[in-house]
Design a binder for this molecule. Structure first.
Ligand code: OGA
Ligand code: MN
Length: 202
């Protein structure tokens, strides 16, 4: 079972939840190592660049690698399989109709942040639930890099990006930001999606 009662209750009552057991600690070790390798081998790309290659707006300092559905990399396949199980469990337990998800590895160099934003785009309402899974084993309490989640201009969650923690929240309801950190910060971010109700004019 990927989602326990506490997580489900918190999600349906408050719209967000902190979850601790999507991956076992051995898997987290492997994922953390893999994310470091992606960085070392130059597989991460600066985020915030549109498909046309134009820099949209520099509000984020992370570098990312999307997980492609046809990946041959066993660890990526494992992550996709886990997210798929979560998608099915969310549909079942919370009566949602999430039909898909997208996910990427993210790396924030020291000193980089992600300014206040909402994960659902103005022209595209596909994203329903955001999920961030953290991959940082040693994260001292003064290292910064916390995720801050807001609702109605009030801070509702401040979460350090420690391996073993993950957060789920309703994409359209919670503006959030990532504080700059004193050490490199690794994570997997995923978005569970519905069929878009509103299509942008092309
Ligand atoms: C994002 C995001 C939060 C985090 O990638 O959209 O808000 O804690 N990430 O990494
Ligand atoms: Mn976000």
């Amino acid at each position: 079972m990927f989602l326990n009662t506490g997580t489900l209750e918190s999600l349906s009552e408050q719209g967000f939840a902190v979850h601790h057991t999507f991956f076992a600690s051995a898997e987290l070790q492997q994922l953390s190592h893999y994310a470091h390798t992606l960085k070392a081998q130059g597989h991460l790309r600066e985020a915030g660049i549109s498909k046309q290659g134009v820099m949209v707006k520099k509000i984020r300092g992370d570098a990312i690698k999307w997980l492609e559905p046809d990946t041959q990399e066993p660890l990526e396949q494992m992550v996709l399989a886990c997210l798929e199980q979560i998608r099915i469990a969310l549909n079942h337990e919370l009566h949602l109709s999430l039909h898909d998800f997208e996910a990427h590895f993210a790396y924030y160099p020291i000193g980089k942040s992600y300014a206040l934003h909402v994960d659902r785009f103005r022209q595209d309402d596909a994203r329903v639930l955001s999920c961030v899974i953290y991959l940082n084993h040693a994260w001292p309490c003064d290292a910064g890099g916390e995720l801050l989640l807001y609702r109605h201009q009030q801070l509702v969650l401040k979460l350090a990006p420690t391996a073993g923690s993950a957060v789920l929240f309703r994409s359209e309801l919670f503006p959030h930001e990532v504080l700059s950190a004193k050490q490199e910060r690794y994570s997997i971010a995923a978005w569970f999606k519905q069929r878009p109700l509103h299509r942008p004019h092309l």
